[in-house]
Design a protein around this ligand. Structure first.
Ligand SMILES: Cc1cc2nc3c(=O)[nH]c(=O)nc-3n(C[C@H](O)[C@H](O)[C@H](O)COP(=O)(O)OP(=O)(O)OC[C@H]3O[C@@H](n4cnc5c(N)ncnc54)[C@H](O)[C@@H]3O)c2cc1C
Length: 396
């Protein structure tokens, strides 16, 4: 590869560029904003830190949070502590750090808006500042609103979430997550070093922006969060369905998509930063090895099974009920009662426990009612409750 053009200098594009430049390729990254305060919580989980330790080991401002307040739709609460902190960055800082690494590795970074791409010819072309230019390979890392779609389809409404929120000039030490009745999404407050990112995400096919606004407004009022001087934001977030990765093309002969553009987001939690970085790294490495055709298979092995799993349970998690009460409320109730379950949810939230190995972890380690609860959400076979005659020693 003589020259690789990367459209988008967010986490996925910067990481991909860094890998390629380190391998000696000529890389141009184009981003219309460069390091900017992209609407985001900015939270990095343990798996992101494990995979990319430099995200913790640096002098850039960030906040390490070890405590999460979960609030059920009926206002029952529980606080969980996490052995591994969530590392929260302002996106301006995080994007700046990643772009700087890409530049140090040898990438050329330009502030420019790319208005079109064409992958039909021998070499892919892209249109920037009124001029069509050629590259040997095109990486599309332009995020969830990406309109540059060669040989593929846009994400549909049921593959997207809406988000709205505020950057509030206040500080806090814990993350807050609030669930809402019959709502596919949640409200969050993520504390950063000198402000909070407070927002709401909800399925685009199930909810309207007016609904989101009204839920967020009620939360802000109830919690006395001052929005004077706060900056409002809204954005979209990919929320892949089970079929999305199998059905939607994310690469061709001379191009590939990474990060949000490729829908690499956990549809249950909205976590996208780790998957953006990981997909960027994987594409960068496969390109550097000269075998870009291996990108899809490596992505599948690395994390798409995990995201498909989340897609399978997301509706049941937010809309389902267990013994007559919503799953999210039951979850909070069980967490209040069981330290073991609280620890498990803490590990899931902080990214120390994945979904695909949950079954082994749960069955045999939690009591019958908790195992049945988790099984009802996850839909793996619950342990059978042995019928024990009343009055026998085993039934006590
Ligand atoms: C409100 C909200 C909260 C979130 N909170 C979290 C969280 O706490 N933790 C987490 O892990 N994930 C979170 N996410 C998801 C996370 O923000 C994304 O998954 C992540 O930013 C994806 O990185 P990316 O590089 O693929 O895309 P982006 O970060 O969106 O970067 C795309 C870049 O492309 C540039 N660009 C776009 N179009 C063009 C063009 N035509 N020409 C040139 N440049 C272009 C943009 O300027 C941008 O810099 C959140 C998302 C939202 C919306």
């Amino acid at each position: 590869m003589a020259e690789i053009a990367i459209i988008g200098g967010g986490p996925s594009g910067s990481m991909c560029g860094e890998q390629l430049a380190r391998a000696g390729h000529a890389v141009n990254i184009f981003d219309e904003h460069l390091a900017w305060e992209k609407p985001c919580g900015g939270g990095l989980t343990h798996k992101a830190i494990q995979c990319f330790p430099f995200l913790l080991d640096n002098s850039y401002p960030k906040k390490l949070v070890r405590s999460v307040d979960l609030i059920a739709s009926d206002e029952q609460r529980v606080t969980m502590s996490m052995a591994h902190p969530i590392v929260i960055y302002s996106r301006r800082v995080l994007n700046g750090l990643l772009l700087e690494r890409a530049q140090e590795a040898g990438c050329r970074v330009r502030r420019a808006h790319v208005i079109g791409v064409d992958t039909a010819g021998e070499k892919p072309r892209f249109c920037v500042e009124g001029e069509w230019r050629r590259a040997d390979y095109l990486v599309l890392a332009a995020g969830a609103r990406n309109q540059l779609l060669p040989e593929t389809r846009p994400l549909q409404r049921d593959e997207l979430e809406m988000t709205q929120g505020y950057f509030v000039p206040e500080t806090a030490d814990a993350i807050t997550i609030k669930f809402l009745p019959h709502f596919e999404g949640y409200i969050w407050s993520f504390p950063r070093q000198d402000h909070l990112s407070v927002g709401i995400c909800g399925s685009m096919s199930a909810h309207t922006s007016t609904e989101l606004k009204s839920h967020l407004g009620a939360f802000i009022e109830k919690h006395g969060i001052a929005t004077t001087g706060a900056k409002f934001y809204s954005h979209v977030l990919p929320s892949p369905q089970e079929h999305t990765f199998a059905q939607r093309n994310t690469m061709g002969r001379n191009w590939a998509m990474i990060g949000d553009a490729a829908a690499c987001v956990d549809p249950l939690t909205g976590e996208g930063l780790f998957y953006a970085l990981r997909s960027g790294e994987l594409l960068g490495r496969t390109l550097a090895e000269g075998c870009p055709e291996k990108y899809a298979a490596r992505m599948k092995a690395a994390f798409s099974a995990e995201l498909e799993f989340a897609a399978r349970i997301v509706r049941r998690f937010y809309r389902g009920s267990f013994l007559g009460t919503s799953v999210t409320t039951r979850m909070v109730q069980f967490m209040r009662k069981s330290p073991v379950f609280r620890q498990l949810v803490g590990e899931l939230f902080s990214g120390a426990q994945d979904y695909t190995t949950l079954k082994q972890r749960v069955l045999g380690h939690l009591g019958i009612s908790l195992s049945q609860f988790v099984s009802s959400v996850i839909n793996f076979e619950a342990p059978r409750v042995a019928r024990v005659p009343r009055g026998s020693a085993a039934s006590d």
